[in-house]
Design a protein around this ligand. Sequence first.
Ligand SMILES: Cc1cc2nc3c(=O)[nH]c(=O)nc-3n(C[C@H](O)[C@H](O)[C@H](O)COP(=O)(O)OP(=O)(O)OC[C@H]3O[C@@H](n4cnc5c(N)ncnc54)[C@H](O)[C@@H]3O)c2cc1C
Length: 287
Amino acid sequence: MINKFSSLKENFNLKNYNTYRIDSICKYFILINDITILKELIKYLKDNKLKYFVIGNGSNIILPSYYNGVVIKLDLKKVKYNGNIVEAESSCMLNKLANETALKSLKGLEWASGIPGTIGGATIINAGCYGNELFDSIIKIEILKDNKFMTLGKNDIKYSYRYTALKNNNIIVLKVYFQLEKTNKEELLSLIRERTEKRLSTQPLNYSSAGSVFRNPVDDSAGRLIEEAGLKGKIIGGAKISDIHANFIINYNNATNEDIIKLINLIKKTIYQKYQIKLILEQEIIL
Ligand SMILES: Cc1cc2nc3c(=O)[nH]c(=O)nc-3n(C[C@H](O)[C@H](O)[C@H](O)COP(=O)(O)OP(=O)(O)OC[C@H]3O[C@@H](n4cnc5c(N)ncnc54)[C@H](O)[C@@H]3O)c2cc1C
């Protein structure tokens, strides 16, 4: 019985577990703070053919109004420093680690100070900004795959812009090792301050969202195309294309998953009709 996992909750609302803050009920929700129990749980779910996914901070996903399966939230937050090598467990927040490493004069993650995701979620999609990405400083990761704990070196993993082959491969990220570089602390802190100001003035941070909706096409910007197509400010139900940054959809007024997806489809269709460009989603629609 799934009830043997003591933290199990039934018909759980994930509203506070996704940054769009949309209502989404999952059949089961389980919080796990022990990787042995995680391994046992995954085996149980596979043996019983139950659908599941791991949620990080829910800052890059669009949840369904009902998820007929098990949502697993990891509670693994230890960080260890060994000179300029940093080991971070998957539930650590990337923005917190970026600030913490900068305060320790370690360069390599400072660019991520505004990204509200977990290390696990950020690794799976190779999060990045300002020309940097997480895989610039990753050296290896510890994972659970096919009921086995494994370590993968960076060279074992295919990755590119906002993509890794870890995704959709039954892989759960447990811990990530970064190689950072000792540098001047003040430089890092001033860069963080500058970037924070930039985000505050160019992103709609007073509304709930999941960051950029689409990847940028090569040598172009999705936000620019959407703005030029006249879609800024467009509202469907409770979702709106931000007036501040056209590649952000915001939860303007009790948006539903349907409202957000309708806006996404409208953007895709309009951009294709106008520019023959197929925009690719950066966010993930969970089914
Ligand atoms: C205001 C704002 C600004 C943002 N800015 C940026 C930015 O500059 N650059 C950028 O890249 N992103 C940005 N994002 C998007 C988002 O924060 C990142 O992509 C982040 O890395 C997602 O992490 P998460 O923990 O929230 O993952 P989630 O959204 O919870 O999950 C994303 C995917 O990862 C999987 N996953 C999560 N944890 C694990 C794990 N431990 N093992 C296996 N799979 C896992 C999930 O199943 C899902 O498939 C922004 C978002 C917001 C709201």
